[in-house]
Design a protein around this ligand. Structure first.
Ligand code: ZN
Length: 241
């Protein structure tokens, strides 16, 4: 089984289109989405329609939930402005559907959650060593896949209480170990590299691979400006911040 895992599309159709082409090129069997389908970008509707057609499971991100009126109050001014604009692009029934994805999906081998496996409804950022250690205690599966920070990351638990950070490249999966993986962001990367990101999990070859995809950034930027969304949301795509 070859599973593609994507997160934080954030209404960026050009990035999603490029990632989809890459997913098809490597012949993934299934696609999972870790939430934040909308918010920031100018094509929330197209991106959501794509997710409904192509993703076997998707979980709820904080921006998806914010469409229903929850959480937007805690966001910065640009994010909140984007949520207001995004809400206008959907019908009430669609907003209900978008904001009602489950917070967690757990299969036999992996758990999917937007921010952190501990208190998923709080949308914690999993960044520090302490965050990562707490996360490992909050899921029983061999693998937990997260997004939310928009920064690719992989931590390997060798035995409970002992873990190490690995470079987000190609990682051999040791069946005796457990993994916490942040797949990065399709539509708004924040690690200084503007390429769209996703992760391929190949269970037969026992490895996971962080993929990096070029896309038409200037087209996505122009659409954000044309929509009247805050210009900073266009500018940051070019810098990957
Ligand atoms: Zn996000």
């Amino acid at each position: 089984m070859r599973a593609a895992v994507i997160s934080d599309i954030h209404g960026n159709w050009e990035a999603l289109e490029a990632v989809w082409a890459d997913i098809q090129a490597v012949q993934a069997d299934v696609v999972y989405c870790l939430g934040d389908i909308v918010g920031y970008g100018a094509d929330p509707r197209l991106c959501w329609q794509w997710v409904t057609q192509h993703c076997l499971h998707s979980v709820r991100g904080n921006h998806d939930e914010a469409l229903s009126g929850n959480l937007a109050a805690g966001m910065n001014a640009y994010a909140a402005a984007a949520i207001r604009w995004t809400t206008e692009q959907f019908t009430a029934a669609e907003i209900l559907a978008l904001s009602s994805y489950p917070l967690v999906y757990s299969g036999a081998d992996a758990r999917l959650v937007h921010g952190s496996p501990q208190e998923p409804k709080a949308f914690h950022y999993t960044r520090s060593r302490l965050d990562i250690e707490s996360a490992f205690q909050a899921f029983p599966e061999p693998l937990c896949l997260i997004g939310h920070t928009h920064i690719p990351m992989v931590a390997e638990e060798i035995v409970p209480g002992t873990m190490r950070m690995l470079a987000p490249l190609t990682i051999p999966i040791d069946p005796e170990h457990r993994y916490l993986v942040n797949v990065g962001s399709v539509g708004q990367p924040r690690d200084g590299n503007p390429c769209a990101r996703w992760v391929l999990i190949d269970s037969e070859r026992a490895r996971l691979t962080f993929r990096m995809v070029d896309y038409d950034i200037s087209k996505a930027q122009q659409k954000i400006k044309n929509a009247g969304l805050p210009e900073i949301l266009a500018d940051r795509l070019g810098q990957g911040i």
